[in-house]
Structures are given as structure tokens and as C-alpha cells.
Design a protein around this ligand. Structure first.
Ligand SMILES: [Zn+2]
Length: 212
């Protein structure tokens, strides 16, 4: 299939935050994965990771009603929980404490224990390879956003910002870009496709961006 890069729109954003440390081979940082325009009020949604070591399993974190229920209660009532059928109200109440199975490795975990951050301390090529793996796992419809900072506390600050109930990626991105001491690179899907149509290796392309 030939994808026209001028019309394609990404469904996800892979965010790569790294800390600048001179004279070290390994890069310290973390991944976040955003699903664009989630379900409640169209806010962007932060995906959850499988907690198993090295597993790249991802979980969507939004509770979705079946289509026939939405048809019955009407689209305006989608986020009006008291208007839902009792059965789904109960399901929603138990949603965060229910077990979920990783689609990649089969590990069972309680939903509220799933991490939303995937930390790493690896060489640039390994990080690039991990990014390329997430990229293909997400069906290749992903923008990449890279944030490099000199302070380690960014991760804590970013985490506080991320945990707002309807936080939008665009606002988060703006705030980070305004902050000093940070380099941010937004690498949209169309550029990724343009840069790799000649068969050049995606992992090496990401590695070059990390080291730029
Ligand atoms: Zn897993």
C-alpha cells in the first residue's frame, strides 16, 4: 500500500524525554505514549505500559461503552455517568481495580497499577530501536516528540502536568517549549514517512535525532 504523506494523520504520539549528561554513553530518560483525541471530551489520552521487564505492551486507559448503549442513551450523555444503564455504571466503578491482560506477553495486572511511564538508561541506538518497535506496534500512525532537558526533575514536573483529567498534549507541549533549558523536537508522521520511504532504517533515523 502506498501512503500519501500529505493526507495522513497520526493517531498517537511517542514522547521521548531525555536528560542531557555529558561524557556518558547511556542516555537516561523515559517514554510516554499519547493517544490523540481520546473519548471523554476529546482530550488526549496517556497510554499505560505493561509492567513486565522489556515488554512493549500498551493499554488504552479509557472506558468505552458499546455502540448500542451509546445509541440508546444518546451521544450527549456519553460522559454523563448517572444516565448510563446501571450495569455499566457498576462496570465503570470497578474499572480501575479490575485485572487486565497484556496483549503482548499475557501478564495479568490490576489496571490502576499499570505505569504510564517507561523509563530507560540505554545507548542511543537501543532507544532508537525501542522507538521503532513502539512505532510499528502502534500501526505506524505515530508522531514523535522529543524533549531534552538538563534537569532530572523534569520527569516529576511533567508527571504532575500529565495527571490533569483532561490535559491536552498541545498545551503540555507549549508549556515545555516555553520553559528554558529544554530542546524540543516535534517529528510529525509525514516527515517520518518522507525520511524513510527510500528504505532508510527507522531506528537509525531516531538515533540520529536523539544525538543531534
Ligand atoms: Zn507485557
Amino acid at each position: 500500500m502506498i501512503i500519501d504523506p500529505t493526507v495522513i494523520v497520526a493517531d498517537y504520539i511517542i514522547q521521548v524525554s531525555t536528560v542531557f549528561r555529558p561524557k556518558t554513553a547511556n542516555i537516561l530518560g523515559s517514554f510516554h505514549v499519547w493517544k490523540k483525541g481520546g473519548w471523554f471530551g476529546n482530550a488526549d489520552e496517556l497510554m499505560k505500559f505493561c509492567p513486565a521487564m522489556g515488554c512493549k505492551g500498551l493499554f488504552s486507559d479509557s472506558f468505552e461503552l458499546p455502540d448500542e448503549v451509546v445509541d440508546k442513551i444518546g451521544k450527549d450523555n456519553i460522559d454523563n455517568i448517572p444516565a448510563w444503564p446501571k450495569k455499566y455504571q457498576v462496570m465503570y466503578e470497578n474499572w480501575f481495580v479490575s485485572p487486565v491482560m497484556c496483549p503482548e506477553c499475557g501478564q495479568i495486572e490490576i489496571r490502576e497499577n499499570l505505569p504510564d511511564t517507561y523509563g530507560f538508561n540505554m545507548e542511543a541506538l537501543q532507544i532508537g530501536e525501542r522507538m521503532a518497535e513502539f512505532f510499528s506496534l502502534l500501526g505506524g500512525t505515530t508522531d514523535v516528540y522529543m524533549v531534552r532537558t538538563k534537569e532530572k526533575s523534569l520527569f516529576h514536573k511533567a508527571k504532575d502536568m500529565l495527571h490533569g483529567s483532561d490535559y491536552r498534549f498541545s498545551e503540555y507541549k507549549k508549556t515545555l517549549e516555553q520553559a528554558r533549558e529544554r530542546d524540543c523536537v516535534f517529528y510529525p508522521l509525514k516527515s517520518i514517512i518522507n525520511d524513510t520511504t527510500n528504505g532508510s532504517d527507522l531506528a537509525r533515523r531516531f538515533k540520529a535525532l536523539l544525538e543531534a
